[in-house]
Design a protein around this ligand. Structure first.
Ligand SMILES: O=C(O)C(=O)C[C@]1(C(=O)O)C=C[C@@H](O)C=C1
Length: 420
C-alpha cells in the first residue's frame, strides 16, 4: 500500500499502479478524480474524462484542506483493477477502517520534506516502460526506488508536480546522439529543480521474437536516440530494413512481442529482452563503446548546495542584445576559473526573431536564443555567486535550474559487437 502526500502534507491513502502500466494523461485525470472523491469520504469511486475540469478544481481544493487525514475507500463492488479510458489500469487501495470522526494529525516539519516521510520507497518517474534505459538510470540514481513509468517526458514532470512521484529522472544528453532538446525545453517550462545527475553507459542489443532470423527482418524500431546511436552498426550488420522511431526502446520490444511481429526487430536493452521474451540477435550494437547518456534528477525542492564535494550548477538565461552578451557571460566564469561543462542554445519561443535595421536601409532578421549553461561550481561557492551576480547584469532573464553533486562514479565502457 502506498500513500500520496498532497502539497500540504495531507496523507492521502491512494492508488498504486498495476505493475508495468504506464501513466498517461488520462490516468492523471483519474488520479484527480480520486482526490475529488477522497474529500467527500463516500465509498463510491468513478473514473472518466467527463470529470476533467471539475476534478482539477477539486484537486486544488483538496490541497487547500491542509490538515487532517483524507482517506480513500475502495469501491465495495469493483475489482481491484479499474480500466481507465482504455489505457493503463489503476489499483485502488483500501484503507484501514475509519473511525466516525477521523483524527486530525498536526503537520510536522517532516511532512514538508520533499523525501518520503512514511518509510516508503522513493517514487521516481521516468519516461518509457520497464526495461527502458531511463528505468535503469532511475535505479542507479536512487537504488531500491519505486520506478514509475510515464508515456511522455511531460507526464514525468507533471507526476512530480502533482506529488504522484517524488523525483523524475530524465535524459538530457548522449555522447553519440547529443542533446535531448525536448527536456531542455521542459526544464524551462516547468518549475522543478535539478537535484542530481547520473551517467549511464548504454549498451544496445538487437532484439527479435524467438525464432526470427536477421535475413527476414524488414524493419528496426526504437527510440530515435537509440537508432542514431546504432546507425553505423545497423548498416554493418547488412540488414535490409527500414528504421522507424517509437517512444522508447523497451516499448519497441514490448510492441513487437504484443503484436507477434516476426519481421521487426527492436534496439533495446538486454533487460527488455528478458522482460518481453525476446531473443538477442546482436549484442553491443552501439556505434561507440563509450556510449553514455547523462540523466538529471528533478524534484519539487532544490537541495542545499555544498562545497565539500564536486558540485555542478545548471542555469538558463536570455538576453536582449547582440552576440557580445554571450561573450561577457562566458567571461564571468572564465575570469573566476570556473569551467563550463556544457552550453546549449534553444530558440526563444516567445521572441523567435529579432529585427535589426541595417545601415543600408534593409532589415536583418536574427534568431533569438535561450542559453543553457552547466558549470563546475556549487552555488555555495562565492565564485559562483559573484559570477551569477555579474551575469545578471547582462541578461534579461536568468534562472538557476539546480546546483547538485556531480556524478563521480567510475564507469567502464560497454563492449561493442562491431569492435569499434
Ligand atoms: O528509450 C529508452 O530506453 C530511454 O530511456 C530513452 C533514451 C533517451 O531518451 O536518450 C535514454 C537513453 C538512451 O540514450 C536511449 C534512449
Amino acid at each position: 500500500m502506498r500513500s500520496l502526500n498532497s502539497p500540504a502534507g495531507v496523507d492521502l491513502k491512494s492508488i498504486i499502479r498495476v505493475p508495468g502500466a504506464t501513466l498517461t494523461p488520462s490516468d492523471r485525470r483519474a488520479i484527480q478524480c480520486n482526490v475529488n472523491f477522497s474529500t467527500n469520504q463516500t465509498a463510491g469511486m468513478s473514473f472518466g474524462s467527463g470529470h476533467t475540469s471539475g476534478a482539477r478544481y477539486e484537486w486544488q481544493s483538496a490541497c487547500s484542506i491542509l490538515a487532517g487525514k483524507v482517506e480513500l475507500q475502495q469501491q465495495e463492488t469493483a475489482d481491484d483493477v479499474t480500466a481507465v479510458n482504455g489505457h493503463a489500469a489503476l489499483d485502488l487501495v483500501p484503507v484501514e477502517k475509519r473511525s466516525a470522526a477521523p483524527l486530525r494529525k498536526p503537520l510536522s516539519i517532516a511532512d514538508l520534506s520533499p523525501a518520503p516521510t512514511h518509510g516508503e520507497k522513493l517514487r521516481v518517474a521516468y519516461q518509457g516502460v520497464p526495461g527502458a534505459y531511463s528505468e535503469a538510470a532511475a535505479g542507479k540514481a536512487y537504488p531500491g526506488c519505486d520506478a514509475i513509468p510515464c508515456d511522455q517526458f511531460e507526464v514525468a514532470f507533471q507526476t512530480v508536480e502533482l506529488w504522484i512521484a517524488d523525483r523524475a529522472v530524465l535524459p538530457v544528453e548522449n555522447s553519440l546522439g547529443g542533446s535531448i532538446h525536448r527536456n531542455y525545453d521542459l526544464l524551462l517550462r516547468h518549475r522543478l529543480h535539478i537535484v542530481g545527475e547520473v551517467q549511464l553507459p548504454v549498451h544496445h542489443c538487437l532484439l527479435a521474437l524467438p525464432g526470427a532470423r536477421k535475413e527476414f527482418l524488414r524493419r528496426v524500431i526504437s527510440h530515435p536516440q537509440a537508432l542514431s546511436q546504432c546507425e553505423h552498426s545497423l548498416t554493418k550488420l547488412g540488414l535490409n530494413v527500414i528504421r522507424e522511431a517509437v517512444d522508447d526502446t523497451a516499448g519497441a520490444a514490448e510492441y513487437i512481442a504484443a503484436n507477434n511481429l516476426h519481421d521487426t526487430a527492436a534496439i533495446a536493452s538486454a533487460r527488455a529482452a528478458e522482460l518481453y521474451g525476446m531473443q538477442i540477435l546482436a549484442d553491443g550494437i552501439q556505434d561507440d563503446r563509450s556510449n553514455v547518456t547523462r540523466f538529471v534528477m528533478l524534484a519539487r525542492e532544490p537541495i542545499i548546495p555544498r562545497i565539500d564535494r564536486p558540485f555542478k550548477t545548471s542555469i538558463v538565461f536570455a538576453h536582449d542584445e547582440g552576440t557580445s552578451v554571450l561573450f561577457k557571460v562566458l567571461s564571468a566564469f572564465a575570469f573566476r576559473n570556473i569551467s563550463l561543462t556544457k552550453i546549449e542554445s534553444r530558440p526563444h519561443r516567445h521572441r523567435p526573431i529579432r529585427l535589426a535595421d541595417d545601415a543600408n536601409g534593409g532589415v536583418a532578421k536574427h534568431f533569438e536564443y535561450i542559453f543553457y549553461v552547466d558549470f563546475e561550481a556549487s552555488m555555495a561557492d562565492v565564485r559562483a555567486q559573484n559570477a551569477l551576480a555579474e551575469v545578471q547584469e547582462f541578461t534579461s532573464f536568468l534562472r538557476v535550474l539546480g546546483s547538485y553533486p556531480m556524478d563521480m562514479t567510475p564507469w567502464s565502457p560497454s563492449s561493442s559487437a562491431t569492435g569499434e
